[in-house]
Design a protein around this ligand. Structure first.
Ligand SMILES: Cc1cc2nc3c(=O)[nH]c(=O)nc-3n(C[C@H](O)[C@H](O)[C@H](O)COP(=O)(O)O)c2cc1C
Length: 195
């Protein structure tokens, strides 16, 4: 399996979408952790697209039909379009994903098509956001993204990762995260060979 920069022959560009816009959010820790792992262990070119920083309005229409789209939305779309793969970091809210995530799924169209997408799902309890995977998977499938399995599931987020995304048990965390990242990189490589 071709996995890292050296094996793949070229740098892989990955955008991590950090989706919680909640004050005091914890799932952003998972975005920081994943970014650092991808950079250090896989030599990837990584950028976090932070929905808190974008501060998007609730979009009433898809980007391509907006008469005066916000420049931030255009930039976000270009980042998604130009990424080889996307990692969506999503906390579970009432068994589903937050409204901020639906806002950006529905904003874009062809940017999602055949885009390799991995999920990092998070909760502050023992179940690791397992239920949110169903709705995420379905929406991304509908829009024709190439979703990868397994998702990285992070329970007890505030115990497992500190505010800087440093894991309490690095060996275990890296092992579980790598299972997801390797599948994403496989999908990216498979897509490259098709075009
Ligand atoms: C509106 C809301 C609904 C939630 N629903 C769930 C849930 O269904 N299952 C779960 O395990 N945790 C649930 N939680 C707990 C979150 O997983 C936890 O607060 C997590 O830290 C949220 O991510 P964030 O801090 O980045 O926003 C909920 C939290 C909020 C704010």
């Amino acid at each position: 399996m071709m996995l890292n920069k050296r094996d793949m022959g070229t740098t892989v560009r990955i955008c991590i979408i950090s989706s919680s816009v909640r004050r005091g959010r914890a799932s952003h820790r998972a975005a920081l952790y994943t970014r650092d792992l991808l950079k250090k262990e896989y030599g990837a070119d990584v950028e976090i697209l932070d929905l808190l920083e974008y501060n998007f309005p609730l979009f009433e229409e898809r980007l391509k039909f907006l008469e005066s789209p916000p420049v931030e939305a255009v930039s976000f779309a270009e980042n998604v379009r130009n990424a080889d793969g996307i990692i969506l970091v999503v906390p579970e809210y009432n068994g589903g994903y937050p409204a901020s995530v639906k806002n950006i799924i529905d904003l874009l169209t062809d940017e999602w098509r055949k885009k390799p997408v991995a999920f990092v799902v998070v909760s502050n309890g023992p179940f690791a956001g397992s239920q949110v995977i169903f709705s995420l998977q379905f929406s991304l499938w509908k829009i024709r993204a190439l979703t990868v399995s397994p998702a990285l599931r992070i329970p007890d987020i505030e115990t497992i990762l500190d505010e800087n995304g440093i894991p309490s048990d690095k060996v275990d965390m890296d092992k579980r995260a790598s299972a997801t990242i390797k599948e994403l990189l496989w999908q990216i490589e498979a897509k490259r060979r098709m075009f």
